[in-house]
Design a protein around this ligand. Structure first.
Ligand SMILES: [Zn+2]
Ligand SMILES: [Zn+2]
Length: 365
């Protein structure tokens, strides 16, 4: 079957619309007609060459659409279902079997290799192999072959543009707070970096009943949006000593929790220094390769740092939960979306994202 995709021919290039062929789904795969796809930082990291994948490759990992066909062993969705796509997991390793599929032992093979587990791909241009299977889906195309584990059925009354970012950015930020950190009501929580992941953490902190929610960023527009979405304090990271300002905003008691999405070692360190006793910092951001954090071991006796992959969540349970909160008006994550009206607008959407003009760009196909 022929279809169109925004192809990355080589690292560093712009995306180019190409006509390609796609296979029928294998037994554990789902063919999805993509209706909308978000742009996320990992897509930009591959394009920049910071995350290496074989090329030419179809990226995109925040897709939403309609099931066109399913493989013989697929039982969770059927043709015509509306779905959100998230990451793939094997279902068989120790982590998957204990309900920790974000830590699947085959995660890199299934999501970041550019091909299936057996080395094949579902995509061709004439005789040429096209890589894909990115984060279980490769959603920068009008059709996508997704791993069954990456596909989650959703209600049919919701716009695809709003649904698309649920599978990665929104799920990660919200999961970090609600699933991984589980702050007690009344907690003081800071979020350093309020892009899509950070704003989702702000929204989740409000759902969790945090009393003080501090948003940190360098873009005024993002801080203003964070304040509208529930941040009680905002800090421009370019002004003054960040650790001291976080301490002030906490009312002098120190942070109970800090969620970092910036990946910048100096910001992570400032967040750690602002923690109160038994405070926890969670690292979600992608740091430049070779980054090093320095901590005084004594300070680790009563404070801690941990990381999380995709907020520790099971997407099939957590995405419906977020949609329920959204329907109640308690999780208005769609406020951070800027819509671009075609796949061909992808390079404009990428440029706007890199400039910080938009928080979450979503391409509607
Ligand atoms: Zn992502
Ligand atoms: Zn696994």
């Amino acid at each position: 079957v022929r279809f169109e995709a925004a192809l990355l021919e080589a690292a560093g290039a712009d995306f180019a619309i190409a006509e390609l062929e796609i296979e029928e789904p294998r037994e554990n795969e789902v063919l999805v007609r993509v209706a909308a796809t978000g742009i996320c930082h990992s897509d930009l990291a591959v394009r920049a060459g910071d995350l290496e994948l074989p090329t030419p490759v179809i990226l995109g990992h925040e897709g939403a659409g309609v099931v066109e066909a399913v493989g013989a062993r697929v039982t969770t969705v059927a043709r015509g279902d509306h779905v959100v796509m998230s990451y793939a997991s094997c279902g068989a390793c120790r982590q998957c079997r204990s309900g920790r599929s974000t830590y699947c032992e085959s995660k890199s093979d299934l999501n970041l290799s550019g091909h299936r587990g057996d080395g094949s791909t579902a995509y061709r241009r004439g005789e040429q192999t096209i890589y894909g299977h990115f984060v279980g889906q490769s959603s920068f195309g009008t059709l996508a072959i997704a791993h069954e584990s990456a596909v989650i059925g959703v209600p049919k009354d919701l716009p695809f543009t709003a649904l698309a970012p649920l599978g990665c950015g929104v799920l990660t930020g919200a999961g970090a707070v609600i699933e991984a950190l589980r702050p007690p009501a009344g907690s003081v929580l800071a979020v350093t970096g309020v892009g899509a992941v950070g704003l989702s953490a702000v929204l989740a902190a409000r759902v969790a009943g945090c009393a003080t929610i501090i948003a940190v960023d360098v873009h005024e527009s993002r801080l203003a949006l964070a304040a509208e979405l529930g941040a009680t304090h905002t800090i421009d990271a370019r002004e003054g000593d960040l650790s001291a300002r976080l301490g002030e905003a906490s009312g002098g008691r120190g942070l109970d929790f800090c969620v970092d999405t910036s990946g910048r070692p100096e910001v992570i360190t400032a967040g750690f220094e602002a923690l109160g006793i038994r405070g926890t910092e969670m690292v979600l951001g992608v740091s430049p390769a070779g980054s090093v954090l320095e901590f005084d071991p004594w300070s680790m006796l009563n404070r801690s740092v941990r990381g999380s992959r995709q907020g520790d969540v099971l997407p099939a349970l957590f995405i419906p939960y977020l949609l329920e909160l959204h329907a109640q008006g308690r999780f208005p994550f769609d406020r951070m979306i800027t819509e671009f009206d075609s796949l061909a607008a992808i390079n404009d959407a990428v440029a706007a994202t890199e400039r910080g003009d938009v928080v979450k760009a979503v391409l509607t196909l």
